[in-house]
Design a protein around this ligand. Structure first.
Ligand code: PFF
Ligand code: NA
Length: 453
């Protein structure tokens, strides 16, 4: 018996992995969330801390996860169990595979609701339903859409079905083939949007807002938000990257692919900021209007601009595609686990996972309407899903991945897998052993309210 298993699935090309992993990373986190938290926490200084978090925590942990996937060849649960066996450690470590898989599933169950907003705005933009309204009226439109469970649920259902149809077709035929045209399409739309912001928006105000450095505007809360967002934006500790890594052919450089994905994700976030803020500023709107930035302020701004409807359609098409390529990665771990370990066909696994996911998503969707009063400790189910995953499960999973990679698994195993130069390996080991865990621990200190940073 060899410890290394033969993979059942592999990407057709190295680009298959890079496109799929970039598709996973680039999503609502980049285009919807990053701009509004940057607005909230004060622009340039926040962006700088965020970049530091990507480098110090995101990159080392992503390298570890891809190495786990490729060495362990399986879903997060199976891969971690295999690695523990190879290292002579307890098989119980696989509990962190469970946490990661569950985190991906839980994130997806509220992500499809937000993605549903994007799909519905694509439709509303195209049909002209958003034309000629003030911010207040657009706020009312947004709220009316949420208040109607049939509308909100219908859009979330559409996203769920499309996601499961892609995933159900398999790693090569479904995931790889779809990202091959969705990712280039998304990038082209983003470039067009930036060109539009450059020519029709207040580009310099947007640029200064994103890149001017003013430490006084940075709070400890902002630092922790940057750290938490680094995990979310790179799809870490949620099974997605690890499972995609399990389909990576042995010869590919993990360090190089990780940097490619992290740089692409960062560029898209910054470019999304450069597409959105100039339009916001050119129309005299407030950059820090929270989640409503994209669904209230931006449509109003489009209304006031030349060819606004056309570019509005383009923007929401881009957002919807970005959301979809992330959604498929979040359920991949579960589908891989069901089909590899529970002996189900890929199609059956997708339908089963998709049905359960849909039920949870519908429950999350009700937080905005029928279940407006169903709160626990002041939080709706939708908020609980977000809170539990981003504040607890991803950090716990992230620390576990770092400690497993740094201390539990034999260093020869991962050294082999990462195939770095001596200096590169030592740097990675130092980051994954000390820097990443300490930074992640800071999230807990914040969650538990033990100390103020
Ligand atoms: N990285 C995605 C984004 O920035 O929108 C979100 C995400 C995808 C989180 C996949 C977790 C995951 F497994
Ligand atoms: Na992202």
């Amino acid at each position: 018996m060899t410890a290394r298993q033969q993979p059942k699935n592999l990407w057709i090309s190295r680009w298959g992995f890079i496109l799929a992993a970039t598709g996973s990373a680039v999503g609502l986190g980049n285009i919807w969330k990053f701009p509004y938290i940057t607005g909230e926490y004060g622009g340039g200084a926040f962006v700088l801390v965020y970049l530091a978090c990507i480098l110090a925590v995101g990159v080392p942990v992503m390298m570890a996860e891809i190495a786990f996937g490729r060495r362990g060849r399986g879903s997060p649960i199976e891969a971690i169990a295999n690695l523990a066996r190879e290292a002579g450690a307890s098989p119980l470590w696989k509990v962190f595979g469970w946490i990661a898989m569950l985190a991906g599933f839980m994130i997806l169950s509220f992500y499809v609701v937000v993605a549903g907003w994007s799909f519905s705005y694509l439709w509303k933009m195209a049909s002209g339903a958003l034309s000629g309204h003030s911010v207040a009226e657009l706020g009312a439109i947004f709220e009316a859409g949420n208040a109607n469970p049939w509308a909100l649920g219908g859009w979330a259902t559409l996203v769920t079905v499309v996601t499961m149809l892609i995933v159900g077709r398999g790693v090569q035929e479904g995931v790889e083939k779809s990202v091959r045209w969705m990712m280039p399409g998304m990038v082209i739309m983003l470039l067009i949007m930036i060109g539009y912001a450059l020519t029709s928006g207040n580009f310099s105000a947007g640029f200064h807002f994103l890149f001017d450095f003013d430490v006084t505007r940075l709070s400890s809360e902002g630092v922790l938000a940057a750290l938490g967002h680094a995990f979310f934006t790179l799809s870490l500790a949620s099974g997605a990257i690890l499972t995609y890594g399990s389909y990576l052919p042995s010869g590919t450089s993990i360090a190089r692919t990780t940097f490619t994905v992290a740089i692409a994700d960062t560029l898209v976030a910054l470019m999304a900021g450069l597409a959105i803020f100039p339009i916001i500023f050119a129309n005299g709107m407030d950059p820090s209007s929270g989640p409503g930035l994209i669904f209230m302020s931006l449509p109003v701004a489009f209304n006031q601009m030349p060819f606004g409807q056309l570019f509005g359609v383009l923007f929401f098409a881009m957002l919807s595609i970005a959301a979809l390529t992330s959604a498929i990665s979040m359920i991949e771990a579960t589908v891989a686990w069901l089909s590899e370990n529970r002996n189900m066909s890929r199609t059956k696994a997708s339908w089963l996972a998709g049905s359960v996911l849909w039920l949870v998503a519908m429950f999350a969707m009700l937080s905005f309407n029928l279940g407006a009063d169903w709160t626990l400790a002041g939080k709706h189910f939708f908020d609980w899903l977000d809170y539990l995953t981003s504040r607890w499960m991803m950090p716990i999973g992230g620390i576990a991945m770092a400690l497993l990679a740094g201390f539990v698994f034999k260093s020869s195993m991962l050294r082999d897998e990462l195939n770095l130069s001596d200096a590169g390996y030592r740097l990675w080991l130092f980051m994954i052993r000390y820097v990443s865990p300490v930074c992640i621990l800071a999230i807990f200190v914040d969650v538990l309210g033990v100390a103020e940073l």
